[in-house]
Design a protein around this ligand. Structure first.
Ligand code: GLN
Length: 545
């Protein structure tokens, strides 16, 4: 076992608390290395037992991010893709559950015949095999591995042991550890405190790992005295104590890390001579637009999981990218679909410049989504339906325009008379929940002349999926004749992927998740044009009103 190619390995661990932003620090370091011309990828190892986060409630773990190859992954992979403009895959996200599953499967096959299978070396060997997997292709100069959870957690131990071994195997020129920690500010004492960090480094040392770089999350600038103290107590070079100060936007972090020379420290420690200064022109241009908008719109995001912003992370970020592209500040207003009914609808939605109805599962809140869509269809407010949002648009249209009373999705009402949204044939046999949806990238052919075609500028597109239910093609003719057109269809299966309404300024529903492919470098065209439609709608209101 061991790395085949000459990739260098950077591990990012976290201490003191979770939610310090390891994903953003990893993505920012990756961005800086990439901007120097290096080939970089990032992977995340999660210590929980689920095989993947697909079966987790968004309230537990935030959004489930889906890759082209159909892996249901941690939302940090979304940050990696958005920052680096790369494609990740199943290999970029591994959980304890997957590691154990692999080891137990091998055990049953008899691959360890005669041996007692143990955490060390069998589980740790399997972790190491996965650490090296992406590096084997020779495609990358740097593999950044983010270790989820917090140092000191029971479940992190096998991962830390694997990291310890990798550093030992590869030596200090080929593997290093960045430890992200918190320096809390105590108001009463008017002081930043280093003790929690000292403790967390001690815990790392207990696991046999001396961090090479300390990245210190802080609300206030870290004074030199404090940096010296941290360096002394944590055995880290003074210039490797990096301040990671709170930022207005996650997209500021690469530049803040550059100012702190995080990339330079990493390159020096790994004995890599850099080809040039990071080329961040495009990134800076994006930030310039993000921070100096000339327009402003309010978009309603109608969903079920609105009290936890992480549940719709990629949609939020896609709006950030699309807003910058339009020089427009997009205020996303979170609206709980459970609050929307025929009485409240107008009060809640009037005044917004566009409505996105979000993806989701289960019947709770679905009627509110359908009601919201009736309102924006009739009021000609720009509408964007994503996955369940598209399905709700079809239901609303069938009920209120086609007058198919009781039309529904069989997810909402298994006995509906008009199942305009229904389970796919192959889904009817599925009984297990994990990893069994229609997942990953599928092709879609767009009809020439449609709005979607003009927005994408091409007829064959590939977008990512995560759903079980589908537009029921038995109703296709009737629905199209009444004005809701299926303008995007899967060329092999004939499944409807995109619907758009005639005689409406902007009404598009998509069965896939465009938000998953929006990056800083390539803002998603549907989001860009939806924001543009919202700007135009707002202007038309001022002219007419
Ligand atoms: N619940 C719907 C389905 O399974 C939509 C899923 C989603 O919005 N991601 O088809």
């Amino acid at each position: 076992m061991g790395p085949m190619a000459s990739a260098k390995y950077i591990f990012v661990t976290g201490g003191v608390t979770s939610s310090l932003g390891k994903g953003i620090i990893s993505a920012s370091l990756g961005k800086l290395l990439q901007a120097r011309g290096f080939r970089v990828t990032i992977q995340k190892f999660d210590p929980y037992i689920n095989i993947d986060p697909g079966t987790l409630n968004p309230y537990e773990h935030g959004e489930c991010y889906v890759t082209d190859d159909g892996a249901e992954t941690d939302l940090d992979l979304g940050h990696y893709e958005r920052f680096l403009n790369i494609c990740t895959s199943q290999a970029n996200n591994v959980t304890t559950g997957r590691i154990y599953n692999n080891v137990i499967t091998k055990e049953r096959k008899g691959e360890y015949l005669g041996k007692t299978v143990q955490v060390v070396p069998h589980i740790t060997d399997e972790i190491k095999r996965n650490i090296f997997l992406l590096g084997e292709s020779g495609e990358y100069d740097f593999i950044i591995t983010e270790i989820g959870g917090c140092v000191g957690d029971i479940e992190s131990l096998p991962f830390l042991e694997a990291v310890r071994q990798v550093r030992w195997d590869l030596g200090p020129n080929n593997a290093l550890v960045v430890h992200l920690t918190l320096i809390p500010y105590l108001k009463a004492a008017k002081e930043l405190k280093t003790k929690p960090t000292q403790h967390s480094v001690k815990q790392l040392l207990e696991a046999g790992i001396q961090p090479d770089v300390l990245a210190c999350r802080t609300e206030r600038p870290l004074p030199l005295e404090l940096r010296k103290k941290l360096a002394l107590f944590c055995n880290v070079h003074l210039n490797s104590v990096i301040e990671a100060i709170d930022a207005d936007s996650i997209y500021d972090v690469p530049l803040l890390m550059k100012k702190e020379k995080l990339d330079e420290r990493v390159l020096a420690k790994l004995k890599v001579s850099s080809r040039k200064d990071p080329d961040l022109d495009h990134w800076k241009e994006f930030l310039g637009r993000l921070k100096n908008p000339t327009e402003e719109v309010n978009i309603g995001l109608v969903g079920k999981y609105v009290s936890l912003p992480d549940s719709y992370k990629s949609i939020n970020e896609a709006f950030v990218h699309a807003g910058a592209q339009n020089d427009c500040k997009v205020n996303v207003k979170w609206i709980s679909s459970e609050e929307i009914n025929p009485e409240t609808c107008e009060d809640i939605l009037a005044g917004l410049d566009g409505i996105l109805v979000a993806p989701g599962f289960g019947e709770r809140g679905m009627e509110g989504k359908i009601e919201a869509i009736r309102y924006v269809r009739e009021q000609k407010i720009p509408f964007f339906g994503v996955c369940l949002g598209m399905q709700c648009a079809v239901i609303e249209f069938a009920r209120n325009v086609l007058k198919l009373h009781g039309a529904s999705s069989t997810e909402l009402d298994p006995n509906t008379r008009h199942p305009v949204i229904d389970l796919m044939e192959e889904q009817k046999k599925v009984t297990e929940k994990g990893g069994t949806m229609r997942l990953g990238a599928y092709a879609c052919r767009l009809k020439k002349g449609s709005k979607a075609y003009n927005i994408y500028g091409e007829s064959i597109i590939h977008e990512r999926h995560r759903h079980r239910y589908e537009f029921n093609n038995k109703y296709l003719n009737d629905i199209e004749e009444a004005g809701l057109k299926a303008v995007g269809v899967n060329p092999e299966s004939g499944l409807v992927e995109v619907v758009e309404l005639k005689d409406h300024p902007w009404f598009i529903g998509v069965q896939f998740h465009p938000e998953l492919k929006s990056t800083v470098l390539n803002p998603h065209p549907l989001f860009v044009k939806f924001v543009e439609a919202a700007i135009n709608y707002k202007k038309s209101k001022t002219v007419n009103g």
